[in-house]
Design a protein around this ligand. Structure first.
Ligand code: AHG
Ligand code: MN
Ligand code: MN
Ligand code: MN
Length: 332
């Protein structure tokens, strides 16, 4: 059948999307088109990223975003590129972006989908030439198509995602996504302008020996978390923390590991945002056999209360997330 052909390397993202759509005859192709629109924008952002140092688009933009962060020029550029691609693509009615205070209503009467996006993840790494990424979640709107966008279209739990993915602008640029039937990774060939299937059916190792956490604020961590970190050190695990969630997540997905951005006494909800960071990567984690929680509850079950709400995030190899949850419980 076409689907096993999809797993022969040399399949482009476009061809793969088409094959997968053939597996769902009822699908009318809008989601396929939306994935292509996102891939197109990522090719443009990839080119900007690779030239940032030369084309004076490095450094700060001069604004502070709603997160209280100093926006980098590439944050703003990536936000414009993705929002414009989604607007032109015609499949999306609303966008939630880390870089926009309010929901962006695309005034699209036929748009079936809502996209939540972190256009540029790991902004502090742009000017020091370390890997950065893009993270996206895709939902179907729940109110009638063509009617005004309502809160229930936007404030959906992560379990309602129809697709999610990330782009990693690293030593090579990759796009990894799921539509709920497993996770597939594509590597970009710039000379051809195409993403090629390079990591079919990605599956997270059940356990791992890598932990990713910023220990700089460990004096603000809850006791159970410090106990777990102590255990990692007794077992001589590797500490790897890149400062770009997408890069840490991707390495842990391939090699096994856990990424933790915890609650602290100063930031009781942690730092990462539920709608456009935690939900997308949690969908991918679960679809590849991993796990994602806020330390206690499943990320995908959290009902959002506000657009930019933050959540603690424990994500990666299933056994590692289960172990740290157990230790946290014992010390709470
Ligand atoms: P963003 O650049 O989109 O704001 O996200 C940055 C996030 C995440 O990518 C990274 O792992 C984390 O912030 C790093 O935070 P600390 O510098 O506090 O460790
Ligand atoms: Mn940011
Ligand atoms: Mn981010
Ligand atoms: Mn960002």
């Amino acid at each position: 059948s076409t689907s096993n052909l999809a797993y022969s390397v040399g399949v482009t993202l476009d061809r793969f999307i088409k094959m997968k759509q053939d597996d769902f005859p009822f699908a009318s192709g809008e989601l396929s088109q939306l994935l292509r629109d996102i891939a197109l924008a990522s090719k443009i952002v990839n080119r900007e990223t690779n030239r940032a140092g030369l084309s004076n688009i490095g450094g700060a933009f001069g604004n502070t975003n709603i997160q209280g962060e100093e926006q980098q020029k590439l944050d703003v550029i990536a936000n414009i590129r993705f929002t414009r691609a989604l607007t032109k693509g015609g499949e999306v009615c609303a966008v939630v972006s880390e870089e926009d205070d309010e929901v962006i209503d695309l005034q699209n009467k036929s748009g079936k989908y809502v996209v939540a996006i972190d256009p540029l993840d790991g902004s502090s790494n742009i000017d020091v030439n370390i890997s950065i990424g893009t993270i996206f979640s895709i939902y179907r709107r729940v109110t009638p198509i063509g009617s005004p966008i309502q809160a229930e279209d936007i404030m959906q739990p992560g379990s309602q995602q129809v697709a999610a993915g990330y782009v990693l602008y690293g030593s090579s640029t990759m796009m990894v996504y799921t539509t709920g039937n497993g996770v597939n990774g594509f590597t970009y060939e710039p000379s051809l302008g195409e993403f090629f299937l390079s990591h079919p059916n990605m599956s997270a190792p059940d356990n791992g020996k890598i932990y990713s956490i910023n220990e700089g604020t460990s004096n603000l961590f809850e006791p159970g978390l410090n106990k777990y970190i102590e255990t990692c050190k007794q077992r001589e695990y590797s500490a790897r923390y890149i400062g770009s969630l997408v890069a840490d997540f991707h390495r842990n997905l391939l090699k096994g590991g856990i990424y933790i951005y915890p609650a602290t006494s100063k930031a009781p909800n942690g730092k990462l945002r539920l709608l456009y960071e935690a939900n997308a990567l949690s969908f991918i984690a679960e679809q590849s056999g991993g796990k994602a929680s806020d330390g206690a509850q499943r990320i995908l079950d959290i009902l959002p209360q506000s657009l930019h709400q933050r959540t603690p995030l424990y994500i990666g190899s299933k056994k590692m997330v289960e172990e740290v949850e157990e230790v946290l419980r014992n010390y709470r």
